[in-house]
Write a protein of this length. Structure first.
Length: 162
């Protein structure tokens, strides 16, 4: 078997996560971690080499940081709004299709997960750049308000300006 740079990188990342998650630098844990990471690297190397043509577009770190803080704010705000709706029994479920302008699979996944993390909404399916979102409150406009919120709160951070 030929040792590739991608295999070494994968092995090192797996090993790093192993030690971060276990927080144990005993000899036994080091040996178990190395063996587990070697096995996973050997199993995964063929999978990663087959899909070498697929490139993942990763956004700028400043965009990710800004988005992270915005997401934390939205989760916090939405938790109080959802609490009030539950207490008042003001719950009218609505299922909405949201067509995103972004087409990168990673960005679509980040947006879908962000919607699910926000209390009162959940992404139930995705098809290319269309997300199917269920919300606890019908906006009375056939979901237009929810679509607008998702685009303004989540998607706008990843759309190129200019």
């Amino acid at each position: 078997m030929q040792i590739k740079k991608s295999n070494i990188t994968l092995f090192m990342l797996l090993l790093l996560f192993w030690y971060l998650f276990t927080c144990d630098l005993s000899l036994t844990n080091i040996i178990i971690g190395v063996i587990a990471c070697i096995i996973i690297t050997l199993i995964s190397s063929k999978t990663f080499s087959e899909y070498k043509a697929h490139v993942i577009e990763i956004p700028n770190i400043l965009i990710i940081l800004k988005y992270f803080f915005k997401l934390i704010y939205e989760i916090y705000l939405s938790s109080f709004i959802t609490m009030v709706r539950i207490i008042k029994k003001d719950q009218d479920l609505i299922l909405v299709e949201v067509e995103l302008e972004v087409t990168a699979p990673l960005i679509i996944t980040i947006i879908a997960n962000s919607i699910t993390l926000t209390p009162g909404t959940m992404t139930v399916d995705s098809d290319e750049n269309v997300l199917h979102v269920i919300a606890i409150k019908d906006d009375g406009m056939g979901g237009d308000g929810l679509r607008k919120d998702i685009k303004e709160k989540f998607e706008k951070h990843f759309i190129s300006k200019g």
